[in-house]
Design a binder for this molecule. Structure first.
Ligand code: SF4
Length: 358
C-alpha cells in the first residue's frame, strides 16, 4: 500500500462517514441507487430521497415492476431525470439478463444504462468487495491537486492520466474503505472552493498545497458561452379550472415527465390552440418570464395563463395517454420538470388549491 493510501485510510478511520444509509447493508442494488443519486447531488439532499426510494423499491425486482411515472414522481426535485429513466430501464435489463441479480463485473455493469466506468467501480468496490477504481468528481479534484495535473479533466488525455494515478493509489486491501475515504476527503476536506489543507491527511506531499494556490486545480473547462433558448409555456385552464398537462416524449429534455404545453413564440396562439387541441381561446394573461439554468443552456420560460373552451371530448379523442386535464387540488399524476412545479405552485395560489399533495 502506498503512503498516500495509508494516510487516507488512517484519516478515514478517524473522520470518515460510516453511517450513511447506503453504507448499511451495502448490496450492489443499494449502492448502485445511491451512486446514481449522488452523481449530481449533495449527500444531504440525497438522503431523504434515497430513503423514500428504498422504502418503495427495496429491491431490483420492485423497481423493474414499477411504472416509470411512479419512479419519476419519487425523483421529482432531484433533477437530471435521465438518471431515473436509466435506473428504471437498467432494472428491467437486470431482471431479463442477469436473473434479477445486479452483476459485479465491470463490463456487465458498464453495459447497463446510466452506469459509467467510475460508477461501476464504486459498486464493485463498495458492495462486491472487488479491487476496483473510481474517478468521480471528488476523486478527480483530490488527485488533480495532489499531483498538480494541468489541463481540464474533461479532456481525454487529462482524464487518462488521472485514471492511471487513481489506479496506482488504490490499495488491494480495504478497497471499500479507501473508496469511501476518497469520496469523503473530496466532499469534506478537499472541497471545490475552500480546501481545508491544514487538516488534510495528504497535505504534506500535496503539490497544489505547496504551490500556495490549491484551488487553481483542477483546471476549469475553457469558457464557451451558454446557448440561450426561450419558450412559451401555456397554463391552459378549462371551465372547471383544471390545467391541461401534456406528457413529454420518453427521450430528450424532461423525457417522460408531465409538462405544460409549449407554443413557439411566433405562433398565432388562437389558431395554434384550435388546430392542435381543438380549444377556443377566451382570455390571456401573461405571467412574468423567468430563467431556468441547464448544464448546457439557459432557458427563458414565458408563461401564459389562457382560459379556453373545449369541444366536448375532443382532447380525450386526440391522445388519451399524453394529455390530461389536471385538477391542481389532486396529487400530481407523475413527475414534473422544475419550472412546471414552480408554475403549478403559483397557479395553486390563485386557484385556492394550495397545500395539494405532490
Ligand atoms: S492538501 Fe489541500 S489541496 Fe491538497 S489534497 Fe489536501 S485538501 Fe486538497
Amino acid at each position: 500500500m502506498d503512503e498516500f493510501a495509508s494516510a487516507v485510510l488512517d484519516w478515514f478511520d478517524r473522520h470518515g462517514r460510516k453511517h450513511l444509509p447506503w453504507q448499511q447493508q451495502p448490496t450492489p442494488y443499494r449502492v448502485w441507487v445511491s451512486e446514481i443519486m449522488l452523481q449530481q447531488t449533495q449527500v444531504a439532499t440525497v438522503i431523504p430521497y434515497y430513503e423514500r426510494f428504498m422504502a418503495r423499491y427495496p429491491d431490483v425486482a420492485a423497481l423493474a415492476d414499477a411504472p416509470l411515472d411512479s419512479v419519476l414522481d419519487l425523483w421529482s426535485g432531484l433533477g437530471y431525470y435521465a438518471r431515473a429513466r436509466n435506473l428504471h430501464k437498467a432494472a428491467g435489463i437486470v431482471m431479463a439478463e442477469h436473473g434479477g441479480v445486479v452483476p459485479c463485473e465491470q463490463r456487465a455493469l458498464e453495459a447497463l444504462p446510466g452506469i459509467g466506468r467510475s460508477t461501476a467501480g464504486a459498486i464493485r468496490a463498495l458492495a462486491c468487495g472487488h479491487f476496483a477504481v473510481i474517478l468521480d468528481g471528488n476523486v478527480k479534484r483530490v488527485l488533480a491537486r495532489y499531483h498538480a495535473i494541468d489541463g481540464w479533466p474533461g479532456k481525454a488525455a487529462v482524464a487518462d492520466r488521472l485514471w492511471t494515478l487513481a489506479e496506482a493509489h488504490t490499495p488491494t486491501e480495504r478497497v471499500a474503505d479507501y473508496t469511501q475515504a476518497m469520496m469523503d476527503l473530496g466532499a469534506t476536506v478537499c472541497t471545490r472552493s475552500r480546501p481545508a489543507c491544514d487538516r488534510c491527511p495528504v497535505g504534506s506531499d500535496c503539490a497544489a498545497y505547496r504551490s500556495g494556490d490549491p484551488v487553481a486545480w483542477p483546471h476549469r473547462k475553457p469558457k464557451t458561452r451558454k446557448p440561450h433558448r426561450s419558450l412559451r409555456m401555456l397554463l391552459l385552464r378549462n371551465a372547471a379550472a383544471e390545467l391541461l398537462l401534456q406528457k413529454r416524449p420518453a427521450s430528450g429534455l424532461w423525457g417522460g415527465l408531465w409538462s405544460l404545453p409549449e407554443a413557439e413564440e411566433e405562433a398565432d396562439l388562437e389558431r395554434w390552440l384550435g388546430e392542435r387541441f381543438g380549444l377556443a381561446m377566451q382570455a390571456v394573461e401573461a405571467w412574468p418570464a423567468f430563467d431556468h439554468q441547464f448544464t448546457h443552456f439557459r432557458l427563458t420560460v414565458a408563461p401564459l395563463l389562457v382560459d379556453v373552451a373545449e369541444n366536448a371530448g375532443r382532447i380525450q379523442e386526440m391522445a388519451p395517454d399524453n394529455l390530461l386535464w389536471y385538477n391542481t387540488a389532486h396529487p400530481a399524476p407523475g413527475g414534473f420538470p422544475a419550472p412546471v412545479v414552480k408554475l403549478i405552485e403559483q397557479y395553486r395560489v390563485i386557484a385556492g388549491t394550495t397545500g395539494a399533495e405532490q
